[in-house]
Design a binder for this molecule. Sequence first.
Ligand code: PGA
Length: 242
Amino acid sequence: MKIIKAKDYEDMSRKAANIISAQVILKPDCVLGLATGSTPIGAYKQLAAWYEKGDVDFAEVSTYNLDEYRGLSHDDPQSYHYFMRENFFDHINIDLNNTHVPDGSNPDAAAACSEYDKIVAEAGYPDLQLLGIGNNGHIGFNEPDDHFSKGTHCVNLTESTIQANSRLFDSIDDVPRQAYTMGTQTIMYARMILVVANGEAKAQAVHDMCYGPVTPKCPASILQLHTNCVVVADEAALSLCE
Ligand code: PGA
């Protein structure tokens, strides 16, 4: 793993955006694996600003997001479909037909997940997969477990994830209890992985991801086995790694 220390959130966001933009410049029709959550928002903003300046062009890019809440329609403001448009896609020249998020509105979990696996495989898997990391070490919605997951599947969210995500909902009762997520094996098929993390709350998870045993108890620890994984984290998130 290559660990890049950033001063703060802004610096982390700019460094991550630089890596993503280099990927798009090197391969204009690249496949990007994208993530939701608070952490990548700054990188998306920076990329949108560079697009506005004419420095990066998303016309030929296609994207595959990690996960979606089960039971939310694409237009639900809490859905990850909506999040991606609001925080990124509406601000760049990507063709929305080339953007993909698991279909949380399909109540048939098996069908929704196998359809997503099929399209990600047909796309040849991401050239670059952007990841946040949960306080509990999850990647996508692959929660701590006794085994690593493989393809896209339906998960029951852990209490700690429901708690962490409740800040974005009116009440904790509104947080969906299930999600469809790309599996750990699929994430590992990406040719490059870029993890972003900031803040002290992530320090333990970042330490365990980089230096702990490779164990499904910390799903992100599998990234130690990836041949091209870059972690961009701020000083607070790296505070247990010195
Ligand atoms: P966050 O979420 O960026 O909102 O902290 C990260 C994650 O849960 O993957």
